[in-house]
Design a protein. Structure first.
Length: 364
């Protein structure tokens, strides 16, 4: 075998690249997520400013799949190999979580958003009529947003990053870190009319919109973490994501005062309403869970998917949350398992119980 081929791992990545990604899995994930999304969105952003010709598809539809989703799948494979990818796929396929979750997300979230908009803007002079056209638009947009935005984003943010951030910083701090990075990922898109930007936009208004949006996203990350921790399902957080985004595009603007429906001021008004709603929900979740957000210390940050070291897989011997090499325990040292309440017995009690079990087995 040549020297060059010996440096190539079975996955096709050079050993040096895999080792670098594995040493800093979280940093590597966010660099890839930001880099991929911003790269594919650059032509669309430049086209808005008249620099190049591009279309909305590359700017909107691809940035989630080529960003968080692809970065999450790459890092899951780098850290855990095929078992790591299976674990990530399982989170995206978990749907048997109980009907109350679906009811709360699909019905409760739109109702809360409606209350928030009415609280900020007041009742509209002429309420919109709910007909087949509006319902059909809502259903169609819901499906598109789920496929193009909610699911691919949450594969990366919640499927890969959140368990590791919680394991490293704790549930609340890890969630806030993710919220800040999640908000920052959207920054370039505020240069486009889709987010109130563009060549003719007022910079102060764009800055205000981004500040409101960032605060909203950071707070929104709290209920997202609660849903994920309680269901272990990316599918459910993706539905929550979609249930928040879809009303903002389809029928919430119809409740704004005349003249603000498709304007930067109108978008800021919607963001303020959403900020109010998610702020109240976030405070309640933190208070009711005492900052745990449904997370348990016994929850694995990611399923341990260490491979056999004889295969040369870079995933062997590395902690799934940090990517750092773990020193195997000697088989001669007895391990102590926690009891049902999560307490570890004193060493002497563990040794006595272990000795008693061994003595009992000798007498059989």
């Amino acid at each position: 075998m040549s020297a060059s081929s010996s440096r190539i791992q079975p996955s096709g990545l050079p050993h040096g690249v895999r080792a670098s990604l594995q040493r800093r899995p979280l940093i590597s994930f966010f660099v890839l997520a930001y880099g991929f999304s911003w790269l594919v969105s650059t032509p669309y952003i430049l086209s808005v400013w008249g620099a190049v010709q591009s279309n909305w598809l590359t700017g909107f539809m691809l940035k989630q799949w080529v960003g968080p989703a692809l970065a999450g799948m790459i890092m899951a494979g780098v850290i855990g190999g095929r078992p790591g990818l299976r674990d990530l796929r399982q989170k995206g396929r978990t749907w048997r979580v109980g009907w109350p979750w679906y009811l709360a997300i699909l019905l409760g979230v739109p109702v809360l958003l409606l209350v928030g908009v009415l609280a900020v803007s007041g009742a509209p002079a002429s309420p919109p009529r709910i007909g087949l056209e509006l319902v059909g638009s809502y259903v169609l947009y819901f499906v598109l947003v789920f496929i193009a935005v909610g699911f691919p984003e949450d594969v990366g943010w919640r499927g890969f990053a959140l368990p590791r951030l919680q394991a490293r910083f704790g549930p609340l701090a890890g969630t806030l870190v993710l919220g800040l990075l999640w908000a920052g990922w959207h920054l370039p898109f505020f240069l486009t009319p889709d987010h109130g930007g563009g060549p003719q936009a007022d910079p102060a208004t764009v800055a205000t919109n981004f500040a409101l949006f960032s605060a909203m996203v950071v707070l929104m990350a709290v209920p997202f973490s609660f849903v994920f921790n309680r269901t272990r399902s990316v599918l459910m957080t993706a539905l929550l994501h979609t249930a928040i985004d879809t009303p903002q595009a389809v029928w919430l603007p119809l409740l704004l005062p005349v003249g603000l429906e498709n304007s930067a001021r109108g978008e800021a008004r919607l963001d303020l309403a959403l900020l109010l709603v998610v702020g109240v929900v976030a405070v309640l979740v933190v208070a009711l869970t005492r900052g745990r957000l449904g997370w348990s210390a016994t929850d694995p940050p990611a399923r341990t998917v260490e491979s056999d070291t004889t295969t040369g897989s870079i995933g062997s011997g590395c902690h799934p949350a940090t990517g750092r090499t773990q020193v195997p325990r000697s088989s001669s040292i007895p391990t102590v398992s926690p009891d049902s309440a999560g307490r570890r017995p004193p060493p002497y009690r563990s040794m006595l119980s272990r000795g008693g079990r061994e003595a009992a087995s000798w007498t059989r």
